[in-house]
Design a protein. Structure first.
Length: 239
């Protein structure tokens, strides 16, 4: 859940306050949901971002940091990245520092040249699409770990999946068409960080083909909710 309140005076018109879960320390778990906002595709900030992506694709630049070329209010209006980021195949470093994003599209998997991904201090960005694992050269990342579902520091829960939100037309695993979605969470190391990844699979076979999560994370794909047993949080108080 979210409220349209800024983090503080310095964040006004940049980032809306996130109340999905407390990001400071370990708290008793409570049900979490995906952010409910939908991108306003007529907003000035969205149109500006589309134009910047077109420019970057045309000139073949290797570093893309679009928020630096937008006003604070324009930045606040952008809550996801457009699918056209798939055109940025020459980009090696993608920086969306201190963004108002709540999601990143599966199209990020088409950024074949991506080496470094910096969404740091994007405190409303709690998860990533499984398709980010398709970036073959991605080796460095800077993510605000406390903001992630299931992070090792405070272990917030994952939203319970019901196959109605963030569903894709193509399978995250084999890229085949989806007739009946099998939607799961899995935590995997992507570049520098272990990220909670949303998988839209076309079959149980594709779910079973997913990699094994690293130690100290939920060991199998799962559908989220408060019944998922997570390892103890690093910052939990001693008994």
């Amino acid at each position: 859940m979210t409220a349209n309140k800024p983090w503080g005076a310095a964040m006004t018109s940049v980032m809306d306050r996130c109340e999905c879960f407390y990001q400071g320390d370990v708290r008793p778990p409570r049900k979490v949901r995906f952010h409910r906002e939908r991108q306003d595709t007529e907003a000035e900030g969205w149109l500006r971002l589309l134009a910047l992506i077109d420019e970057a694709a045309a000139d073949g630049r290797t570093e893309f940091a679009p928020l630096r070329q937008m006003t604070p209010e324009q930045r606040r209006q952008v809550i996801t990245l457009p699918p056209t980021i798939a055109k940025l195949t020459a980009v090696r470093k993608l920086t969306i520092y201190r963004s108002n994003l709540v999601s990143v599209p599966p199209a990020i998997g088409a950024m074949a040249g991506l080496v470094e991904f910096v969404p740091y201090t994007s405190h409303r960005l709690h998860w990533f699409p499984y398709e980010i694992t398709r970036c073959p050269n991605l080796v460095r990342s800077t993510v605000s770990t406390r903001s992630l579902y299931g992070n090792f520091k405070i272990r917030p829960p994952f939203p319970e999946l019901d196959g109605t939100e963030h569903v894709t037309a193509a399978c995250s695993v084999c890229d085949g068409p989806i007739e009946r979605v099998h939607q799961v969470w899995i935590s995997l190391r992507v570049a520098t960080d272990v990220l909670p990844l949303l998988v839209n699979a076309c079959s149980t076979t594709c779910v079973e083909a997913l990699p094994t999560p690293p130690e100290e994370h939920v060991p199998l794909p799962h559908t989220g909710g408060l019944t998922v047993k997570q390892p103890r949080a690093d910052y939990a108080d001693d008994d």
